[in-house]
Structures are given as C-alpha cells and as structure tokens.
Design a protein around this ligand. Structure first.
Ligand code: NAD
Length: 303
C-alpha cells in the first residue's frame, strides 16, 4: 500500500492524522508548523518537503486547512498538488470552505487528471481526538468506496451527501445552526448572569425544555463553563464560516438576517482579541462588555 498524504495538522488535522497513523495507515505529512509535523513523525509518519512532494508519492491525499485560499494554494498553487498530478489520485478536502471554491478546485483537479472529494467534518475537536468525527461527503460512488476505510479510522458517522460539492454545502447548513446557537447561548447566559441566577439551576431548567441545544448541552460544559477557552473551534474560524454562509445565502437570494448579525458579533469578539479563543468564549466577550461575572460551573474539570 502506498503512503497516504495528509496536509494541515492543526487542532483537527493533527488528531485525525494521528488516528490514521495509529490504525495502520502509513502517512506522508506536511504543515507549515514544524512542531505539528514532528508530532506525527514521532508516531511513525514521514515528513514531506511540501504538497508537490506528497503528490509525487501518494495517490490518496487528505487536506485539513483553515480557509478556501489555503486549499486553493495547496492544491492548485505553483508548488501545489497538481504540479505532480498523476492519474487515479484522489484529493479529499476536509476543510470548511466556500462551496464555489470547492467547485473551482474540483474543476482544476479534474483538468489535471485527478479526482476530488469534499468531506468536511462535523462535531467537536474532542471528537476528532477520540476518532469520533462525523463526515459529510461529496463524492462519486467509486471515490466514496475508496476513501471510506480511512474515514472510518477518523470517525464514527459517515454521510454520503451526493456528488462533489454537496459535502461542503451540507456543512454550511450544519454550521449555520451550530455557530449561531453559540451566539444565542452567549446572550442568554450573559442575561442570566446579569440577573444573578444560579448557573447550575438555569442550565437544569434549559436542558429540560426545547430551548436547549447541542452547543449548550454537549460542548459548553467541557469548554467555557469549566474555564477552558482554548480552541476547540476558534472564533476566527466561526467568523469565517458565518462569512461563507452569508455570502452563499446572498448568492442564492436567501435572506439570513440572523446569520449576518451573528457574524458581526463574532467580528466584535475578534476586535476584542478573542479570535484565537474557543467559540464558546463568546459569552465571555459579552460578560466583559457588560462588566458581569463570567459563567463558570464549580468543581468541574475541563475535558
Ligand atoms: P487550525 O488553524 O488549528 O489548523 C490549520 C492547520 O493548517 C495549521 O496547523 C496550519 O499551520 C496549517 N496550514 C495553513 N496553511 C497551510 C499551508 N498552506 N500548507 C500547510 N499547512 C497549512 O484549524 P482547525 O481547527 O484544525 O480547522 C481546520 C478546518 O476544519 C477549518 O476549515 C475549520 O473550519 C474546520 N473545522 C474545524 C473544527 C474544530 O472544531 N476545530 C471542526 C470541524 C471543522
């Protein structure tokens, strides 16, 4: 079996690549951050000189990068994967990017004689650590069958959404709800704090009604509410996703006033130097602005 390429070893890519390597796949990896590459080398992976080197040696390549321009550069750029294009190579982009960017990259990949899959990831970074990712896959039936064993090494739930481009579009729909929920939770808990209510009792009430949501119930008790605001999923990335969501909705003539307002709330958090903090820290931004105590559960350890 030839090596599998993996580019982008950040908060998500590093544990995902580590799970692949630990479960018997032989990786050739690349990241701009040498320390992340070194961590994979310690698990037995090999370090590549760059994307073109990976394309020369691997016919299956995963990317997990921040934004559209990063994926475009790594795949189609002057030192990118298509420089050493070989037929039957499949590139699987798992990043959350602009759907039109996915379409453009897929067209460039196809023109180079290779094949493209979009397989963005749902759930939290802690799920990625445990190999419990959810994938939303846009792929031909043949490519889907080929990459399935690797997705199963990184995750527990795999949805084939349709042809290339459907994974990214499904992901934007999912993240609309996840990222806006986080802003709603921030406002609701800041209000609760300003009333001087018991945080534990308030959460107990909310979790027993239809007001609850996955962010509040599953994510927050392991992050901001136990005083861990390191990402996780960074506010910068949440702002990026809302920007993609508003642009895509506007392109399609779909009004999304709540998404637009939430995007600016995330933008405000970035202006307050919270961009590199977990998106559950949106509540801390509001509490700092309102000079009220941040909501923290007593006697609980971060995940
Ligand atoms: P991150 O910023 O932690 O990691 C990105 C990695 O890509 C970094 O290690 C960086 O050095 C590397 N990189 C950037 N440009 C590069 C280039 N040109 N060549 C090589 N390496 C490069 O981001 P993350 O949290 O791992 O997220 C990655 C993607 O997954 C994003 O699109 C994000 O929206 C999405 N996502 C994140 C989460 C989450 O909870 N963190 C969950 C689902 C999806």
């Amino acid at each position: 079996m030839s090596k599998i390429g993996f580019i982008g070893l950040g908060r998500m890519g590093r544990p995902m690549a580590s799970n692949l390597q630990r479960k018997g796949f032989d990786l050739l990896v690349h990241d701009l951050n040498a320390a992340s590459v070194e961590a994979l080398v310690e698990l037995g992976a090999a370090a590549a000189r760059g994307p073109a080197d990976i394309a020369a040696q691997c016919d299956l390549i995963f990317t997990m990068l921040p934004a559209t321009q990063d994926v475009e550069q790594v795949v189609l750029g002057p030192a990118g994967l298509t420089v050493n294009a070989r037929p039957a190579t499949v590139i699987v982009d798992m990043s959350t990017i602009d759907p039109k960017g996915t379409d453009r990259i897929a067209a460039g990949v196809k023109a180079a004689g290779m094949s493209m899959v979009d397989a963005p990831v749902g759930r939290l970074a802690s799920h990625a650590d445990r190999g419990e990712c959810l994938f939303m896959v846009g792929a031909s039936a043949t490519d889907f069958a080929r990459i399935r064993p690797m997705l199963e090494a990184m995750g527990t739930t795999i949805h084939h959404c349709g042809e290339v481009g459907t994974g990214t579009r499904t992901k934007l729909v999912n993240n609309y709800l996840a990222v806006v929920s986080c802003q709603l939770n921030a406002e609701a808990l800041a209000l609760s704090q300003s009333f001087g209510l018991s945080l534990e009792k308030t959460l107990e009430v909310i979790h027993g009604t239809t007001a609850t949501n996955g962010q509040l119930k599953i994510a927050w008790p392991t992050k901001v509410l136990v005083d861990d605001i390191e990402p996780g999923f960074a506010i910068d990335l949440a702002h990026k996703d809302l920007s993609l969501i508003v642009a895509a909705a506007n392109d399609n003539g779909v009004p999304v006033p709540v998404a637009a307002a939430a995007r600016e709330a995330y933008n405000m958090a970035r202006a307050a130097s919270f961009g590199r903090k977990d998106f559950s820290a949106m509540v801390d931004v509001l509490c700092e602005l309102a000079s009220i105590e941040k909501p923290r559960l007593p006697n609980k350890q971060p995940n």
